[in-house]
Write a protein that binds this ligand. Structure first.
Ligand code: ZN
Ligand code: ZN
Length: 413
């Protein structure tokens, strides 16, 4: 007999606590969740306390209140940010609390709102949450991002199904993709993250100076800085505790050199930016910087994003994902970056992770920039991989080796 929904939810919660945050005895846990995901949040709290957590801090969010703010708040009030919220999260991360975010939103929430206000709110949020984001990007505390099936999101992804079937259909997809239905989900994740770690090790050994991407609409060279580090599968806190930052995760990633990106790249999936969908877009890069950007839909929002700051026009992440990943295999567009980014090779505009460069965590901002690391208030992934994509690694002597052929890994580990 297949597992009941309750059993699968418990297995998922246990996976999030053991493999995701890897909660340790006496540790504090931060649980950021949309109100619609309360059932999952409660199961996670149970699993966390069973693992010995000292206290689970709930931070519930209601995106209808976000929409109400856009509809009714004074137009000149959008540069306000609740400082207490940033201070609380920063303090807990500094103390080494495990930080969980359940990311499940209505992809269309803000589609009728003023892009100017959205941009202002995003900017001030990024500014106030900067110290917190930096602590996580340095893996100072274990952190994990997961999703949950909520009505507004399920309605978008499974619009073709009768309404009452949508939330269960999205749960089914989540459980399958997150390997919750495997006989031993924790062991399945151990093997999976090991494989990603081996691919990272292979790429670290090679130290390619650049990657060359070829696909329809894409002809791009992405330079890689000296001493870049590919990461995949799991992260590690300063105390040596392994955690998984994203469930699901199918990628290995590093940082590009912020001044050495040239050519054209076409996105292969739409980008959901705080409720706005940007579709069929492409960028042209020169010396690392976007010099041309076009989108068939949502171009104004895309331009605003690029204008956030100097670093928003440069790349901070390069990630490799095989087209055979369980997410790509579903063939579903999820309108959720956590899911869609694991369906495809991607790049990110904005901030690079300090942990992607040897010694990066201890560098001053100036040193990190001089080494090729990008900095920005934003970090926004966009998908550009496909089953038609070839990628070659360029060695220091200029010769090349295949990394991807037709969207799949071209080397064995
Ligand atoms: Zn990524
Ligand atoms: Zn990213």
């Amino acid at each position: 007999m297949p597992d009941t929904f309750e059993t699968r939810l418990q297995k998922y919660a246990s996976l999030v606590v053991k493999v995701g945050m890897n909660v340790q005895p006496d540790q504090q846990v931060v649980l950021r969740a949309p109100v619609e995901a309360a059932e999952l949040a409660r199961q996670i709290a149970i699993a966390a306390y069973k693992a010995g957590a000292k206290y689970v801090h709930p931070f519930y969010n209601d995106e209808q209140l976000t929409l109400i703010r856009y509809q009714h708040a004074p137009r000149d009030s959008f540069d306000f940010f609740p400082q207490w919220y940033a201070d609380a999260l920063t303090g807990l991360a500094e103390e080494g609390a495990a930080i969980l975010s359940i990311y499940a939103t209505d992809p269309d929430l803000l589609k009728d709102q003023d892009p100017e206000l959205i941009s202002t709110a995003q900017k001030v949020a990024a500014k106030n949450m900067r110290t917190f984001s930096e602590l996580l990007s340095k893996d100072h505390a274990p952190w994990t991002v997961i999703s949950a099936s909520v009505p507004a999101w399920a309605n978008k992804v499974f619009a073709h199904l009768p309404e009452k079937e949508r939330v269960p259909a999205l749960w089914d997809a989540i459980f399958t993709i997150c390997r919750v239905d495997e006989p031993d989900p924790v062991e399945a994740w151990r093997l999976h993250t090991e494989e990603l770690a081996k691919r990272s090790a292979y790429m670290n050994e090679k130290q390619y100076v650049a990657l060359k991407y070829t696909a329809p609409g894409t002809d791009l060279t992405v330079g890689l800085p000296e001493n870049h580090i590919w990461t995949g599968g799991y992260g590690q806190t300063p105390d040596g505790v392994r955690f998984t930052a994203n469930i699901p995760t199918e990628e290995i990633f590093t940082l590009p050199h912020k001044d050495r990106v040239d050519g054209v790249v076409r996105a292969t999936l739409p980008l959901n930016l705080r409720g706005n969908l940007i579709e069929n877009f492409w960028f042209r890069f020169e010396n690392g910087k976007v010099v041309e950007a076009h989108a068939e839909k949502g171009e104004a929002i895309l331009q605003k994003l690029l204008e956030t700051d100097e670093g928003a026009m440069r790349l901070g992440e390069v990630a490799l994902v095989a087209q055979s990943s369980p997410i790509a295999q579903t063939g579903i567009l999820f309108y959720n970056t956590l899911y869609d980014e694991n369906a495809s090779c991607h790049l990110a505009l904005g901030r690079a992770y300090r942990t992607s460069l040897k010694g990066g965590e201890d560098m001053s901002p100036e040193e990190f920039a001089a080494a090729g690391g990008n900095d920005s208030l934003i970090h926004v992934d966009f998908m550009m991989g496909s089953a038609e994509m070839d990628i070659d690694g360029v060695l220091p002597d200029g010769s090349t080796e295949p990394i991807f052929r037709q969207g799949e890994w071209a080397f064995e580990v």
